[in-house]
Design a protein around this ligand. Structure first.
Ligand SMILES: NC(=O)c1ccc[n+]([C@@H]2O[C@H](COP(=O)([O-])OP(=O)(O)OC[C@H]3O[C@@H](n4cnc5c(N)ncnc54)[C@H](O)[C@@H]3O)[C@@H](O)[C@H]2O)c1
Length: 363
């Protein structure tokens, strides 16, 4: 078979290479770096091409495409959300994504994004808490101890200085897994038997549960004044975590209102329910926390710009790292319009020297 040209190859970051990259950089350092990247992109929010994500719903889950561009680079993520997957030994959320050069449309990098999504979601929560949570917050309640949980806890430690994380999940095995994974990482980890117990003394409350229904993880009577809530798990039509009375007492901050009104906690509220866009707080155009007694709520659903920032960060770390493989992905004929001729020449060379079928592990 003819060998592909240089332009045919796209750097591909496999799960194995993403894990190597994360461990090489260090999880907490990477969280801090990602917050810096996402903040920088939030500050130039107006120049991005933005659209609510394109969602394909079924009774048991959703598959979504999340595109954006800053005019120079284009990115998209494919991501699913299937809360019942864990019963079959599969994950609730998996993802992969791509960066491309706007000038030519050619891909720059293809990457796994299941791990990267957990990192960027945690970094975004920590970024929101950095701007909105009460000063000197030291204790976080973490409700929902699944795949995202440890990432959320470590981002809050690295970025906001959280010292204690209080864990609760309806499944004690999830909490036990989280306790094990967070051992020796400089956090005081407290497993709790109820959500109320987890919230004792917490200035930051993070909900990150998965259920394809309107759930009420937090009710109004559970929330005192002067706290910051990150509501991460409610991110689809019909999938929420908070009782709506909490929203009425909170100042609500969102990523992209056009998407959050469809997917976030505020889907329970009228279309004109007041919200503040988080990017405006970061860009100094809107007020964040006004006083110590205020309840701030980050109604997180996950927006394409966060994935774009994370992909660009990974791309910037690839050069000379060896932590990628070249993927033969773009058909690149010697003469650009002779795509058909390229196929014919491949056939001739195949007849001359037949190749064995590619193995399942080859890229
Ligand atoms: N906002 C974002 O940007 C973003 C990004 C990634 C994932 N998510 C969402 O976050 C949620 C969690 O994702 P994950 O990958 O950790 O899922 P997961 O399935 O691995 O974990 C979810 C955990 O929630 C627990 N849970 C379910 N109902 C509960 C309840 N009533 N009280 C306490 N715990 C409960 C489950 O037992 C499970 O351990 C999902 O809904 C996912 O869609 C949001």
């Amino acid at each position: 078979m003819l060998k592909p040209s240089r332009q045919a190859y796209v750097p591909f970051v496999s799960v194995e290479n993403m894990m190597r990259l994360v461990l090489h950089i260090g999880i907490e350092k990477m969280m801090v770096d990602l917050v810096t990247e996402i903040e920088a992109d939030f500050k130039r929010w107006p120049l991005f091409d933005k659209t609510p994500r394109v969602a394909s719903h079924s009774d048991i889950g959703v598959i979504e495409l999340m595109p954006t561009s800053d005019g120079q680079t284009y990115g998209f993520k494919y991501v699913n959300g299937h809360p019942s997957n864990t019963k079959q030994g599969l994950q609730t959320v998996t993802a992969f994504g791509l960066l491309a050069d706007v000038a030519t449309g050619y891909p720059l990098m293809l990457s796994e994004m299941t791990i990267l999504t957990a990192l960027r979601t945690a970094a975004t929560s920590a970024m929101a808490a950095k701007w909105l949570a009460p000063r000197d917050s030291k204790v976080m309640a973490m409700i929902g101890n699944g795949a995202q949980a440890e990432f959320q806890a470590l981002a809050m430690k690295a970025v906001c200085g959280i010292e204690e994380v209080r864990l609760y999940d309806i499944d004690p095995a999830a909490t036990a897994k989280c306790v094990r994974n967070l051992e020796g990482r400089g956090l005081n980890v407290v497993p709790c038997k109820t959500a109320e117990e987890a919230m004792q003394g917490a200035q930051i409350i993070t909900t990150c549960t998965a259920d394809k229904q309107y759930a009420t993880i937090l009710t109004d009577n559970m929330i005192g004044s002067g706290v910051h809530i990150n509501a991460v798990g409610g991110d689809c039509p019909g999938k929420t975590e908070l009782h709506k009375d909490i929203l009425l007492r909170s100042d609500v901050f969102v990523e992209y209102p056009e998407q959050t009104r469809i997917e976030g906690e505020i889907q329970q509220m009228p279309a004109d329910f007041p919200v503040t866009e988080l990017w405006q707080v970061i860009a100094g155009q809107a007020e964040g926390r006004r006083d110590a007694r205020q309840i701030t709520l980050f109604d997180s659903v996950g927006f394409a710009i966060e994935d774009f920032s994370a992909l660009r960060y990974v791309h910037s770390r690839l050069k000379d790292s060896g932590r990628y493989q070249d993927l033969d992905m773009i058909a690149d004929p010697d003469e650009p319009r002779d795509l058909f001729g390229m196929v014919l020449r491949a056939q001739q060379s195949e007849v001359a020297s037949p190749t064995k079928p590619a193995s399942a592990t080859a890229v």
